[in-house]
Structures are given as structure tokens and as C-alpha cells.
Ligand binder design. Structure first.
Ligand SMILES: Nc1ncnc2c1ncn2[C@@H]1O[C@H](COP(=O)(O)OP(=O)(O)OP(=O)(O)O)[C@@H](O)[C@H]1O
Ligand SMILES: [Mg+2]
Length: 270
């Protein structure tokens, strides 16, 4: 297979925004006496500053576990999880997490949802408020900022959740199948939106998806996992031009890489 490296290390000489070394994670069985379930086993990964890394792998291979370790919601049994040079010891606003289902408080307006984090941390200033309004305008929710989540469409809710994360200016965005539940058109719109945002800010992103096409369209590199327990199976650099647009999916180069990634995914599943 062309351009496949066995390790998940980025090019040498670049700063690592994320360093995961020899991580093991097991979960106790639900029933008493049941064997522990090994979610990750000796997992290594480095993500460089400003990189858009996509994680692909079969269901249950440990993708969400990995994001939860990076977010600080879980701790590894063994190994190291380092973000921006610091060992992860718990959640923090430096890492923004977006799930498949947008997390919004239903009793708060869109604007108050975005302001929730700064308010909870007693950091709410006029400047932050102005930034929240600006952010909502950027994500196309300028006229919906006083609406409640139930009044929004699925895509609008995703964008609101995005703004809620972005207000914290995270250094690392952790996205767990964020567009998985969306219809095709909204999904395309969200992919475009994310690409624009990334072009502008170049925030480091770890993006979990089940969709090979989505991974090739968005990522700088694609880490294909096999499971379970989860390990890196192959890493593909995506040498497609940027800025990218969904029209790229019609090109031969795109189709070629997509096939290689799909084959690696299928082999890991056997
Ligand atoms: N909190 C938990 N308690 C017990 N087992 C867990 C827990 N979280 C994950 N697991 C187990 O760890 C393994 C990896 O789960 P994980 O959710 O990370 O997989 P995934 O790759 O995200 O799957 P999917 O693609 O379906 O979302 C699975 O066997 C799962 O059952
Ligand atoms: Mg998952």
C-alpha cells in the first residue's frame, strides 16, 4: 500500500500538540466476575500543532475512549496522554469537545448556551459577550441567538454547540462523529463550515468518523484503527490541495485515496 506508515508519528521537526504513548485502557465488565473489556492496548499517536487528524475504525475499537482520554473524562490505565506539553489530568476549556448529539442546555437561549462556560468560570465580560455575538454571526446564527435549542434545526443546533465550544478558544478540538446523525445536505454544509473555520484558525483537530469520504475530505492525516482492543493499523497522509471543498470528492486523486483507506479499514475489520 502506498504512503502508509506503520507508526502514527507526524513528520519530524514539528511540534506535537497531542502525544499519546503506550496507552492502555480497560473497562470493568458490567456483571460481577465478568472479564475487563480492553478498549485500547498500547496505543500511540502524535498530532502536530494545527493538524487536522481523522480517526477511522470499526465500531468498538476505542475511538470515543481515546477522545475521552484526551478530553480528560477518563484516565489511562497505562501510558501517557499529553496535550500541549502537559499530561492530561482532567477536563479543561483548552480542549473543546463536540459529540454526535450537540450538547446544549434546553432551558437557555443560544446566546446563553454560548456564554455558559465563561459565566460558570466567572469570566463573563463585555468583551466575551461581544465575541459570543460575533461567533454566532460567523456560524450563521446571528438572527437565532435569542432562540431556544428546541426551536433550531439539527444543523443549527450543531453550529450553536460549535460556537459554545469556540468561545473558549480551545487549542484542541475533539470531535466525535459530529455530523454522523445529520442528513446529507446539512452534513455537507457542516463539512464546508468546518473547513472554512479550520482554514481561518488552524486549531488542532482530532475528528472521529465512520465515513471514509469525510475523513479524506477533511483530514491532513487519517489514522485507521483496528480493534478490539484498539491499535493503529495504518496512517495515511492526505496530499490533496487546500483549501478544500466538497467538489474535491469528484476527483480521481480523491477516489484513489478513498479506496486505499477503505481497504485498510476493511482489512483491520477481518
Ligand atoms: N464507560 C464504559 N464502560 C464499559 N465499557 C466501555 C465504556 N466505554 C467504552 N467501553 C467499551 O470499550 C470499547 C471501546 O468503546 P468506544 O466507545 O471507545 O468505541 P468506538 O470506537 O467509539 O465505537 P463506535 O464507533 O461504535 O462509537 C467497547 O468494547 C465498549 O463497550
Ligand atoms: Mg464512539
Amino acid at each position: 500500500m502506498r504512503q502508509v506508515t506503520a507508526t502514527a508519528a507526524p513528520d519530524t521537526g514539528t511540534t506535537a500538540a497531542v502525544r499519546i504513548v503506550g496507552v492502555e485502557k480497560a473497562f470493568a465488565g458490567r456483571r460481577r466476575g465478568a472479564a475487563a473489556r480492553r478498549a485500547l492496548d498500547g496505543f500511540d499517536l502524535e498530532v502536530r500543532e494545527g493538524e487536522f487528524l481523522c480517526l477511522l475504525g470499526p465500531s468498538g475499537c476505542g475511538k470515543s475512549t481515546l477522545l475521552n482520554l484526551l478530553a480528560g473524562f477518563e484516565t489511562p490505565d497505562r501510558g501517557e496522554v499529553v496535550v500541549a506539553g502537559d499530561r492530561v489530568s482532567g477536563p479543561g476549556p483548552d480542549r473543546g469537545v463536540l459529540f454526535q448529539t450537540p450538547m446544549l442546555f434546553p432551558w437557555l437561549t443560544v446566546l446563553d448556551n454560548v456564554l455558559y462556560g465563561p459565566r460558570a468560570r466567572h469570566e463573563l465580560t463585555t468583551e466575551i459577550r461581544e465575541r459570543a455575538v460575533e461567533l454566532l454571526e460567523t456560524v450563521g446564527l446571528g438572527s437565532a441567538m435569542h432562540a431556544y435549542p428546541h426551536e433550531l434545526s439539527g444543523g443549527m443546533r450543531h453550529r450553536a454547540a460549535f460556537a459554545r465550544v469556540l468561545i473558549n478558544k480551545p487549542r484542541l478540538l475533539l470531535m466525535d462523529e459530529p455530523f454522523g446523525a445529520l442528513d446529507a445536505i446539512t452534513r455537507l454544509a457542516m463539512q464546508r463550515f468546518l473547513l472554512e473555520l479550520w482554514e481561518r484558525d488552524r486549531t488542532t483537530i482530532v475528528f472521529v468518523t465512520h465515513d471514509v469520504e469525510e475523513a479524506v475530505l477533511l483530514g491532513d492525516r487519517i489514522c485507521v484503527m483496528s480493534g478490539s482492543p484498539g491499535q493503529t493499523r495504518a496512517v495515511f497522509p492526505v496530499d490533496l490541495p487546500r483549501p478544500r471543498d466538497v467538489a474535491l470528492t469528484d476527483t480521481l486523486a480523491f477516489a484513489h485515496l478513498k479506496r486505499q483507506v477503505r481497504e485498510a479499514l476493511e482489512e483491520g475489520h477481518r
